[in-house]
Design a binder for this molecule. Sequence first.
Ligand code: AMP
Length: 121
Amino acid sequence: MKYDNNNIFAKILRSEIPCKKIYEDDFVLSFYDINPQKKIHALVIPKGKYVDLDDFSEKASPDEMVGLLKGISFVAKKLGISVDTGKGYRALANISEHGGQEVPHLHFHLFGGEKVGKMVE
Ligand code: AMP
């Protein structure tokens, strides 16, 4: 799938619409999900234009890959849900149609602050 520059996360990255920012560096932006599914529900997105994890794995640079993984861990620590700072969390990426992806810019959901429950319905 071709990257859609008008997807909602692209607009957030361009500061065209607001977000409740948690963290930002050269590689990632993290903000709270607008419709939280758990006590803590954050999103971590790469700054590069990648539709989903497959697209990212194929095209992202090694620095971008490391940056995304480190960003996820950093945000979990900052939110107090990492193994170090809390009781753990779930990181989840929906991929395309069967994965239930709604926004076509790669994002990881971070769920925590309580038991997250069953892995899939
Ligand atoms: P997915 O189904 O994995 O594509 O998840 C998309 C997520 O983006 C959903 O959990 C939405 O609640 C969330 N979302 C949509 N618009 C916004 C927004 N403007 N700010 C924060 N989160 C959003």
